[in-house]
Design a protein around this ligand. Sequence first.
Ligand code: G3H
Length: 351
Amino acid sequence: MSSTIREAELGASASKVTPLPARAAANTPMPQDHRIARNPGMKLDLGFMESMRNVNRSALERRVASLTKRRSIKADNQAAWLLRAVACMDLTTLNSNDTEERVRRLCAKAINPFRRDIVEGLGIADEKIHPAAVCVYHPFVATAVEAVRGTGIHVAAVSTAFPHGLAPLSTRLQEIEASVKDGADEIDVVIPRGLVFGAKWRELYNEIVSMRAACGDAHLKVILGTGDLATLRNVMLASMVAMMAGADFIKTSTGKESVNATLPVGLAMVRAIRAYFEETGYLIGFKPAGGISTAKASLDWLVLMKEELGRPWLEPDLFRFGASSLLTDIERQLEHHLTGHYSANHRHAMA
Ligand SMILES: O=C[C@H](O)COP(=O)(O)O
């Protein structure tokens, strides 16, 4: 399988650039060809947020059901989409028993994600397909940076008292600065969910603005902890505050809530991304994370992104999976693809 086949299947190329409009008109089509200008954020606009308050859960659920039912990935193209899922992955270890050795093994897996026979069978030896980043706790940043040096793989750190964000702001900012100093070029921060419950939007906005400043050149992913937020309205409003405060990505979950990434909640967030683009002209990335562990689930998410936001959101600068075990299932399915032994379920799911 060649890159050409992959690109043809995924849709028009997103790699070449045209400048974004300074400010897009409402209902502007999402760009299909773009340069990622970093989101500078904007003033907290409570009036604009007010317009986002009405979220229709059943409409979102219907849309998700129709997208996943009528998915049009043909069997021959399954491998291409699965490789795209790998390229858009933050390969993660966030466990209480993480060690430097475990992080080195994770990095080795990121550098060589597939067994040699799979690489040769798919004809991708020259393509250097690997996860976009590894994602670790702060104490392991330096180890990960050393392990992936020269590979193009980013190092993301979950800083700010992950997973709950319940430490003084000064402590959380120091953790970001320490992660950046150790070489992390992506920082995944969590919001204190209580600020959402109390509708303390200004305080949440100010906190994220300080986090963005502490990141410097490192990209900022803001984790909302959507499973904790109780309503889709809260999810929409928190998404909007994070983007207004300068988030490069908004991310669903820590993987530690009782409910993690779900498609209807993800759809609400991508609609918020669309609304922010229409208001500002800036493109924000999206990272569903937590509980995404099957190849089939990864395809559902990719289809959602392509249908709702378009081709640029199949690129790692605008889309990531946060996942600890997804790569294992994708590898298994690619192996089955080569041997022609897809499980009946999987074949059905991908038909
Ligand atoms: O941010 C990433 C998540 O913590 C990963 O969650 P997972 O272990 O359920 O894949």
